[in-house]
Unconditional design. Structure first.
Lengths: 362, 311
């Protein structure tokens, strides 16, 4: 940093303090009140039973919210047997039958260790059935959905963005038009995009199913099938955001000195070699930045879910942000929602850290 | 490409090889145009469908769905859907709310954040490095992390209303303030300004100081006029953020009079089953923003990209 430009004998060490605080004060104060303050307030609420609107006093509850949010356990269910013959019971389809996990989690007297847990999912374990229990299965599902979304969208959107950037970086007449078109979904509101796509995805009247019908293909229940709904949101989100990654990659591409390519041409490199040994390494920082922005956006997934599926069907599109609004705003359990916020923040921090580590070693 | 630089390396006649190269380039160009045309369709079809459908009756929309007519202005076209939107919702009120909130937020954000960035980038004071580090660190806090505690905070902040005298009430819920003030200061905006201001030559400040200018005058008459592009970027980013905001206003604005357009759209969409009307609403909130983007896209895209790579 350069030292003060004008020697001022009275405040040589701190010559600009007063103007700096006058000019910067408003922003620093607003950030303190509306960002930094709430951030730490949220951390402290997560250890209480704070409600959004309540006449009751707020009490410290220790780690109760965290236990409810993150607690995991398992239950091994034996297949049901006929009491007299000791033969395994089978249903009409010939499958083994199991007791309901509820019989264990709701029986406080016999199984106090399972109190407050609910079934998250199960896996077959030989003849037995391994049931994974969670304090908040909806949160676990939501977190899983966010991770799934991120894992699919990061490579998909980066690749499409890079491809678009390479295309519109060519000296082609009309490339500005192409650029504008690819970017236009980015400036379109996510609410609008979600509503229009909800129409496109509609089971009976949607354009996509009507289009498929032209080829005698069966309609897909884009938003109503738990196995498909998240994919539908992914496709739409990639469509909406790819233009943004294109712009970032484009800036990266244009920052590569032309001389590198010329030198490579003289050395006899072909297009692929130039791409592999000049373009890709030069885009390293851009790619890192893009990975981070997509990951954070993936964990912020909310509007699409709120407008299109409301978390359903079967919580298959519920997300952490959606679950947070559901508990904090709709159920007014602010302390629990703050706990979700804290965990959400820690996840973002961890991902940033991991991505920085990985990309550094590449 | 620079044909002159390349040496004909193979034994064949140079003329023939250059002709075949030109042919290859032509077919490569053609391939790129085909690819681009396909992609243009992929990226534009939902928007095109939305705009075209907003002029069609519901029956016409469903009739056209199966073919390319869905993207063409076929059948009876009218502004009937638009008239219905105005009749069935307070669209103009919502739009006015969003525009007012957006403009006020942009004005405040430009002022407050550029002043902060100026004091961070061009003044020397104790604690500067710490404040800067804290602001950079807050970049990692997503809004979702503070949304819930912020909700509690604004529900308790004192509120002054000036209707029929001055009233002090508790709670910012259902106000314009709650839609604006929490988002005025932005770490990212400060960061954008900071990066831009850093590169304006320091000699400008020094000569102005010798001439007796105050720090505020330097900011106002030297820095601001020299930073047009970054002001445009922050203006557009913060207007878009405000215009498209959704998660926050659905929680803090219940009253219909104060509702912004996107929340109004969500309520409209839940209530109205006529797709033509919904498309008219979405068209009205989308096309102005697209027009704005087209008008400012040069500065927008450039600044966005440069900030993106450095961040």
């Amino acid at each position: 940093m350069a030292t003060a430009s004008i020697p001022n004998p009275q405040h040589r060490k701190n010559p600009d303090f007063v103007p700096a605080i006058l000019l910067g004060g408003p922003a620093f104060l607003l950030l303190l009140v509306f960002l930094i303050g709430p951030f730490f307030a949220g951390v402290s609420y997560s250890f209480t039973n704070q409600r959004l609107i309540s006449g009751n006093t707020t009490d410290f509850v220790g780690l109760r919210n965290y236990t409810r949010l993150l607690r995991l356990s398992y239950l091994m269910l034996e297949p049901q047997k006929d009491e007299k013959t000791a033969q395994l019971l089978r249903d009409e389809a010939g499958k083994l039958t199991y007791p309901r996990s509820r019989e264990f989690t709701r029986d406080e007297v016999k199984y106090p260790q399972y109190t407050g847990l609910r079934e998250w999912f199960f896996v077959p374990w030989g003849e037995k059935r391994l049931v994974i229990l969670a304090g908040d299965p909806v949160f676990m599902k939501s977190l899983g959905n966010n991770i799934f979304f991120a894992v699919v969208v990061i490579p998909l959107q980066s690749l499409i963005g890079l491809m678009l950037a390479l295309l519109v970086n060519q000296k082609l007449v009309g490339r500005n038009f192409f650029r504008t078109v690819y970017f236009s979904p980015v400036v379109t509101s996510m609410v609008v995009v979600s509503i229009v796509w909800k129409f496109l995805y509609d089971l009976n009247h949607g354009m996509i199913n009507q289009f498929l019908a032209n080829f005698s293909l069966a309609p897909v229940n884009w938003l109503g099938d738990p196995n498909v709904a998240m994919w539908s949101i992914i496709i739409m989100s990639v469509w909406q955001g790819a233009g943004f990654q294109m712009i970032l990659f484009l800036a990266g591409l244009q920052g590569i000195p032309e001389q590198l390519y010329e030198a490579a041409s003289i050395d006899g490199a072909n297009i692929w070699e130039k791409f592999r040994f000049i373009t890709l390494p030069s885009l390293r920082n851009t790619t890192l930045f893009i990975f981070i922005t997509i990951t954070i956006a993936a964990f912020q997934l909310f509007t699409q879910v709120f407008v299109m599926t409301n978390g359903g069907p079967d919580d298959s599109t519920s997300t952490v942000a959606f679950h947070m609004v559901r508990t904090g705003f709709r159920e007014q359990d602010l302390a629990y929602a703050s706990t979700i916020s804290v965990v959400f923040f820690l996840i973002i921090l961890a991902i940033n850290w991991v991505q920085r580590r990985i990309t550094r070693d590449l | 490409m620079n044909n002159q630089l390349e040496q004909p390396t193979n034994a064949g006649s140079p003329r023939a090889s250059s002709a075949s190269r030109r042919q290859r380039e032509l077919s490569l160009n053609l391939l790129q145009y085909v690819l681009n045309a396909l992609l243009v369709f992929v990226f534009i079809f939902p928007i095109l469908f939305m705009v075209v459908s907003s002029f069609k009756s519901n029956d016409q929309i469903f009739h056209d769905l199966r073919s390319f007519q869905a993207f063409l202005p076929t059948g009876q076209l009218s502004f009937e859907n638009y008239a219905s939107v105005f009749a069935h919702s307070q669209f103009l009120r919502f739009a006015a709310n969003s525009i007012g909130v957006g403009l006020l937020q942009v004005t405040l954000a430009l002022t407050v954040n550029s002043m902060a960035a100026y004091s961070l980038s061009r003044l020397t004071w104790q604690g500067q490095q710490i404040v800067l580090a804290v602001i950079i660190a807050t970049l990692i806090i997503p809004f979702e992390t503070v949304a819930m505690p912020l909700l509690l905070l604004v529900s308790k902040l004192p509120n002054i209303s000036f209707q029929n005298g001055i009233h002090l009430s508790s709670g910012w819920l259902n106000t314009y303030s709650v839609q604006i003030i929490p988002f005025v200061a932005g770490a990212y905006s400060i960061f954008l300004f900071y990066q831009f201001f850093k590169d304006i030559p320091k000699e400008l400040d020094e000569s102005a100081l010798i001439d007796g200018a105050t720090r505020f005058q330097i900011y106002r008459f030297i820095i601001v006029p020299n930073a047009g592009p970054v002001f445009a970027t922050v203006a557009i980013l913060s207007f878009l953020g405000s215009w498209n905001s959704f998660l926050w206003p659905i929680m803090v604005v219940q009253s219909e009079e104060l509702r912004p357009v996107m929340v109004g759209l969500q309520y409209f969409f839940q209530r109205i089953i006529n797709w033509g009307e919904v498309m008219a609403y979405t068209t009205m909130v989308t096309l102005p923003v697209l027009a704005l983007f087209l008008a400012f896209q040069g500065a927008f895209v450039k600044s966005l990209a440069s900030s993106g790579v450095k961040g």
